[in-house]
Design a protein around this ligand. Structure first.
Ligand code: GDP
Length: 427
């Protein structure tokens, strides 16, 4: 069945693209496009597009199966970017036999035709929905099948182990030249280590998707709101020299080296505050508990206590008023001094260069890899305990199947549908 949709965003723009995929695409293009001669694949032709009740001047391109995005015959009409023009052209494709595409149906067809793996399709969605450059880079790696290749490599290692273990069951007395139990054990351990390494990168992936939570902490009047504004480059928080002015938490976005940081300004941490202030302090404490990184505007003997397991940058604020050497960085929100150094420190401690190139950012991938690791771990323990191959074969098979959920080879239909439903129509 041939599907059609507007591939560009709704609204007015320079150009709009109406896309068709399926066996009837070229026939519809011939009926709607003014070009009389043959249409070569992958060539843009200028001409008139028939919108049924009107005509537009534009371009048409045809991609022949299987060398197209979906793996089917694909046609694109590039018309003028008026909403009604694109709608009219789309409507006319329906009159000529196409049906409206569902959300993500082009990409779903590409997946079903083996043009890209499930994780690559998710990477594409990550790129489209990215709110930072680093997220685009992570999505791009997925789109380039980096995770799929990792998954396939581990599946192959497990297949080798399974073959050796099965041979051991069938011909226990013979030396078939296959691996010894030690070699199986080593390979299973290697797969487990690869899985752990991948899983350890999820924290960075989660930070990319949600933004790294950076919380400003310190006593009232330490200069938190001023630093918040200075880092954001605009006045978001109210600054006043009356202690306790910031009673709620405020959020702003800061991007460093393409990574998105959520800067969170809190009420100062103090005791003996009035009721409203006390609520602010409670929220501040909550924000600090959920922080990925704390910017602690430290003052002498301020008695502020912070969670031990969260990274902290100690900041000597208001350095234009006087120097102090007992903090990681000295800054002045008034003169801007030290702000660049602070931004670099925020990047280093809140995200880190070693996370450049992270691609594990989908919860679905994380859950599948975690399950695969449990299955591999259980097989590994059985091997180490000297149990018979029958007792760990099933775990190895299960792990191989679980890894197939990443590529899509063994993902259930409902999982596949749920992924493509998140796409927009026309993608
Ligand atoms: P908060 O209560 O921690 O949010 O502190 P504020 O940002 O509201 O600042 C408290 C007071 O310190 C205000 O009067 C600010 O003008 C002043 N202040 C903040 N940062 C600086 C700075 O870098 N230099 C100077 N000289 N004064 C500052």
């Amino acid at each position: 069945m041939t599907i059609a949709a507007i591939a560009t965003a709704e609204g007015t723009g320079g150009v709009a693209v109406v896309r068709l995929s399926g066996p009837g695409s070229l026939g519809i293009a011939r009926a709607m496009f003014s070009r009389k001669g043959d249409m070569q694949p992958n060539v843009m032709y200028p001409g008139e597009i028939d919108g049924g009740t009107f005509r537009d001047f534009g371009l048409c391109v045809f991609f022949r199966a299987p060398k197209s995005f979906t793996g089917e015959d694909v046609v694109e009409f590039h018309c003028h970017g008026g909403r009604e023009i694109a709608r009219g052209i789309l409507k006319h494709t329906f009159e000529l036999g196409a049906r409206p595409a569902e959300r993500g149906e082009f990409t779903k067809r590409a997946f079903l035709n083996g043009k890209l793996s499930l994780s690559a399709a998710e990477g594409m969605a990550d790129m489209i929905h990215a709110r930072s450059e680093a997220e685009i880079r992570a999505g791009y790696l997925l789109l380039h099948e980096v995770l799929t290749e990792e998954g396939r490599r581990m599946q192959e290692q497990l297949t080798d182990c399974l073959a050796a273990a099965e041979a051991d069951i069938d011909f226990p007395e013979e030396d078939l030249g296959t691996w010894s139990r030690t070699e199986i054990g080593q390979t299973v351990r290697a797969v487990e280590a690869s899985l752990s390494e991948l899983l350890s990168r999820y924290t960075a992936g989660r930070k990319l998707k949600e933004g790294v939570r950076v919380v400003l902490a310190g006593r009232p009047n330490a200069g938190k709101s001023s630093l918040f504004n200075a880092l954001l480059g605009y006045d978001r928080a109210i600054v006043s020299d009356t202690a306790g002015t910031t009673r709620d938490t405020l959020e702003g976005e800061l991007t460093v080296h393409g990574v998105r940081f959520l800067l969170i300004d809190t009420a100062g941490l103090c005791t003996g505050a009035d009721l409203i202030e006390a609520e602010g302090v409670r929220r501040a404490e909550g924000a600090i508990r959920a922080a990925d990184l704390i910017l602690y505007l430290r003052e002498k003997d301020d008695g502020v206590e912070l969670p031990a397991d969260t990274p902290v940058i100690t900041v000597a604020a208001k350095c234009d008023l006087g120097r102090r050497a007992d903090c990681d960085v000295a800054v002045s929100s008034r003169t801007g001094e030290g702000l660049d150094t602070l931004r670099e420190l925020i990047y280093e401690r809140g995200y880190g260069r070693e996370n450049d190139g992270v691609f594990l950012l989908e919860a679905r991938h994380y859950e599948a890899l975690k399950r695969a690791r449990e299955e591999v771990r259980s097989a590994r323990t059985a091997i180490e305990d000297g149990l018979a191959a029958e007792l760990y074969l099933e775990d190895l098979r299960a792990a191989r199947r679980t890894l197939g959920e990443i590529t899509g080879d063994t993902a259930s239909e409902s999982v596949i549908n749920a992924i493509f439903e998140k796409f927009c129509v026309g993608k």
